[in-house]
Design a protein around this ligand. Sequence first.
Ligand code: NAP
Ligand code: ZN
Ligand code: ZN
Length: 349
Amino acid sequence: MNAKGFAAHSATDPLQQFAFERRAPRSNDVVIDILYCGVCHTDLHLARNHGGFTLYPIVPGHEIVGRVRAVGENVTRFKVGDMVGVGCMVDSCQHCQPCLKGWEQDCVEGSTFSYNSVDRQDGTITYGGYSDAIVVRDKFVLSLPDGLDPAAAAPLLCAGITTWSPLVHWNVGAGSKVAVIGLGGLGHMALKLAKALGADVTLFTRSTGKEDDAVRLGADHVVLSNDPEQMKAVAGRFDVIIDTVPYDHDVNGYMPTLAVEGVLVLVGYMGPLSTPVNAGSVVRGRRAISGSFIGGLRETQQMLDFCGEHGIVSDVEIIPIQKINEAYERMLKSDVKYRFVIDMASLKA
Ligand code: NAP
Ligand code: ZN
Ligand code: ZN
């Protein structure tokens, strides 16, 4: 079927209009008319080939909310007209140990991602949510709970699950002390979710002027990470730190703020850390550095249902798709409160 969207054709080209083909739906596929798509920092990393593995042209976008246009004959969970979501993955092998455990994001054979991935059935390159419609295997489609604003719910599909999964994995609940590094798309969802789970929540930020927002979003405390006095004041405090910083940075400054048996979970940056981690900071107090990659389908649905019950959505700035390149520049300057979401109706303009 004919589709249109916005694509980058090289690491230095701006995104621009792009017409392409989507596959005809298979028997277990759902065809979704995309209403909104969030703008994740990963979209920018991939559009600009920060990881060195981008396949051009690339149509980014993996925080997708839309309405079901059609379903294949074997689809039973969805019907035409349902409001649904699609996140970072559209397929996986379904038989490896991680897949059987519901951790499709860590599929041993490699998950098929919503964009910049090779479709495991037909070998084509996947194109993401900066487009008018998408065709997705039913198992990888999520139900959007009633009552959530669809535009503001879109970022739950990546920013939400990426912060939810480590919070739940590390048993965050009432009495937990959680810190979040970086107040951007992931960071603001981490504040909201940790607060709703009952934790005492702290934001680490390099930016002055985010204090009021942080408190409104769920932070009980705000610490300027470049102020040594403020850092010293929270020594030994946190059970879990969620680190959303998107670029190489020094984690050593945060390690002394972990409680005994505390864990710092990297979810932002995925490359080599240029400042070596002081081994003493993990040996003493059995502290740990861990990581976490999005989340599986089952826990994504659990997160969406939790957000439905608690009325949790993202704080969004809705943009027409024609503003996507400007949005990327603003994201690089931390000038977004706190997630851009593309209104896909603008594609028709
Ligand atoms: P974002 O909206 O741009 O937010 C990142 C925040 O980090 C900024 O608002 C800023 O907060 C802080 N920051 C930015 N640059 C920094 C630097 N050089 N040093 C220290 N702090 C810095 O980005 P996002 O969409 O939340 O994504 C964050 C990262 O997570 C990206 O690298 C993205 O690729 C990655 N990601 C990973 C997964 C996963 O599965 N693990 C999923 C989605 C995204 P302050 O101004 O408050 O300091
Ligand atoms: Zn993302
Ligand atoms: Zn698998």
